[in-house]
Design a protein around this ligand. Structure first.
Ligand SMILES: Nc1ncnc2c1ncn2[C@@H]1O[C@H](COP(=O)(O)OP(=O)(O)OP(=O)(O)O)[C@@H](O)[C@H]1O
Length: 228
């Protein structure tokens, strides 16, 4: 079964009297265990599509299901719950909580899910070690490099084993070597733990590592590539 099913989805932004079709009748299905990249020129609709899949925004028309659950038309409370239980997010700007340590940032989502203290502390430590941050658990975000902060963000996104992890230009603020190491780490999470990832990117290095590349243009899917 597809983890994500986007059916004939459009998103029109209206500004003054101008309507922008950010997504135009897009249909795409993503299966569990995929490592998919959305590519396309600036303004082609990548972020808009990720925001729709992540229940951060409502489509103007069409339907979206995540892990078998219809998300279009849900009220705010249900959307928040869906994000908490089913989706992990990695943003371009890391979006870590500045006053919390790496460990606490990773634990936070587990706390929201009601996991007991000891269990969540152990789980967060484990995942931070897996992303190569053993010994840095107590550092605040501003005591970590950009690449390390993004590793914390990935650890936070995957610690709760969500159905899908969405990453909007995750390497945009990293130098190419750090970005490549981050991508390799995510590929490993995909291989070893079956974490399903969907990225948006401009970065050729990210595209190279993808298994499925979906090309967007003017809010539509133009073509797809599949690699082994
Ligand atoms: N909140 C908004 N209000 C009005 N128009 C918007 C809004 N968000 C996006 N758009 C427009 O929708 C279109 C798609 O934008 P989107 O951010 O999805 O593109 P993108 O492919 O992610 O671009 P980039 O690669 O530059 O991040 C663009 O024309 C953009 O200007």
């Amino acid at each position: 079964m597809a983890i994500v099913n986007v059916e004939k989805t459009s998103r029109i932004y209206r500004q003054d009297s101008v309507a922008v079709k950010a997504l135009d009748d897009v249909s795409v299905a993503i299966e569990a265990g995929e490592f998919t990249t959305l590519v396309g020129p600036s303004g082609s609709g990548k972020t808009t599509l990720l925001n729709q899949i992540g229940a951060l925004d409502e489509p103007t028309s069409g339907r979206i299901q995540i892990d078998g659950q219809e998300i279009t038309g849900l009220n705010r409370r249900k959307r928040t719950a869906l994000r908490l239980w089913k989706i992990g997010f990695v943003f371009q700007e890391y979006n870590l909580i500045g006053v919390l340590s790496a460990q606490e940032n990773v634990e936070y989502v587990l706390m929201l899910r009601g996991m007991p203290f000891r269990e969540r502390r152990e789980k967060a430590r484990q995942i931070l070690a897996e992303v190569g941050l053993e010994g840095m658990e107590g550092r605040l975000p501003n005591e970590l490099s950009g690449g390390q902060q993004q590793r914390v963000a990935v650890a936070r996104a995957i610690v709760s084993q969500p159905a899908i992890v969405l990453a909007d230009e995750p390497t945009a603020n990293l130098d190419s070597k750090t970005g490549a190491a981050l991508l390799d780490m995510m590929r490993r999470m995909n291989d070893e733990h079956g974490v399903t990832f969907v990225f948006s990117t401009h970065d050729p290095m990210v595209m190279e590592r993808a298994r499925r590349v979906v090309h967007l243009k003017d809010g539509r899917i133009e073509r797809e590539e599949h690699r082994s």
